[in-house]
Design a protein around this ligand. Structure first.
Ligand SMILES: *Cc1c(COP(=O)(O)O)cnc(C)c1O
Length: 366
């Protein structure tokens, strides 16, 4: 039994499930290894993946800064780490967001830049480019074609022209977050395209975004940070400053969603276990259309695990080959990112989960 399972059973005995249980020690070990593999590449954490302060405090020991995507995230992170660099991005920034003092502002359109220049505020900007490059195998594509994110090279050229002849808003470089769910070789190909583009534009600071792949089918299949770090070191030319801003791949592994079985039943031949909570706590399987990985238990007839919501979409995992009885504890792995914080908490007005933190340590222990 690992530390997270132990904690889940303690919480069960105390009547405190469902709960999110985080292994801060494992997060520490994991992010330290990522940092090590990156060499000179700067590492920011994309806070939207999971803004839990306890996780952020562990991350703060290893990251160079934070990528925030709203005024809310900005205030949250600044309150916790007043002196750490922040990069603010995201489409649809309000005037208050555009003019907030940050280390880097990621400009998403000529219209945004026009408002920024008109405000008279000072800023150091990266222009977010959406390059027309083939993106294969991505789970989400933010670039490579017509999307609301960033600008095509025409838009970037327009911005570069607007920035000439003034000094308040300084062009520092380019930002590209083109897709998510990519493996190291594919991300390196994109990085090469972005770097070539930045060199043509004449800028030397390049934020290559996040989107490193994780596998919900096989939680043990980790992104190859060593290959990625080595690849970036090869691509980088002297004087160039590279930065990445992953979210999911840093925090997804350190969290589990633990709950208990309320009912087991067979309907038209199919076996169901209904658990406390559901996708209003852990929306990830519903949004991504996957089965949330279940921490293995005693083998048994495949059972579909559903939550308490009155919608057929409230499925956490289908046909899981384990034995579940009323009262059993079930743990869903890979619930440390885009889980609680993307879920529709108040649908049906069930109670919110508990949050619990342990200090394990082995990177793979979640
Ligand atoms: C969401 C996002 C990230 C992080 O993406 P992950 O897939 O969680 O690594 C990084 N940069 C931008 C601009 C984003 O929108």
């Amino acid at each position: 039994m690992d530390v997270l399972t132990e904690r889940a059973h303690e919480l069960a005995a105390a009547g405190m499930l469902p709960a999110f249980v985080y292994d801060l020690g494992a997060l520490d070990v994991h992010v330290a290894a990522v940092r090590e593999a990156l060499g000179e590449v700067e590492l920011y954490y994309a806070v939207k993946a999971n803004p839990d302060p306890q996780l952020l405090r562990v991350l703060a020991r290893h990251v160079d800064g934070w990528e925030v995507a709203s005024g809310g995230e900005l205030a949250h992170v600044r309150g916790l780490f007043p002196d750490m660099p922040l990069a603010l991005g995201g489409p649809g920034k309000t005037d208050a967001e555009l003019t907030a003092p940050v280390h880097r502002l990621h400009v998403e359109s000529p219209g945004e830049l026009e408002r920024l220049l008109a405000s008279g505020a000072r800023a150091d900007v990266l222009l977010r480019v959406n390059l027309e490059v083939p993106i294969e195998g991505a789970s989400l594509a933010m670039g490579g074609g017509a999307t609301p994110f960033g600008m095509d090279p025409g838009g970037v050229a327009e911005c570069a022209a607007m920035l000439r002849g003034q000094e308040r808003v300084r062009l520092r470089g380019v930002h590209a977050h083109l897709a998510s769910g990519l493996h190291a070789p594919q991300l390196l190909e994109l990085a090469q395209a972005v770097l070539e583009y930045a060199r043509e534009l004449g800028v030397a600071e390049i934020n290559l975004g996040g989107g490193m792949a994780v596998s919900y089918d096989d939680p043990g299949e980790l992104f190859d940070w060593v290959a990625y770090g080595e690849g970036l070191a090869k691509l980088r030319r002297r004087g160039e400053r590279l930065r990445i801003e992953p979210g999911r791949s840093l925090t997804v592994y350190c969290g589990r969603y633990a709950t208990r079985v309320i009912d087991v039943k067979r309907v038209h031949g199919r076996l169901f276990a209904i658990v406390a909570g559901g996708t209003h706590h852990l929306r990830t399987p519903a949004t991504k259309g996957h089965d949330q990985p279940v921490v293995p238990g005693a083998a048994g007839e495949p059972v579909t695990i559903a939550g308490q919501l009155c919608t057929p979409k409230d499925l956490l995992a289908r046909e899981v080959p384990i034995t579940l009885r009323r009262g059993d504890v079930v743990e869903f792995a890979m619930a440390g990112a885009y889980a609680w914080n993307i879920s529709h908490h108040d649908f049906l007005m069930h109670p919110h989960p508990a949050f619990s933190y342990v200090r394990g340590g082995r990177a793979g222990s979640c």
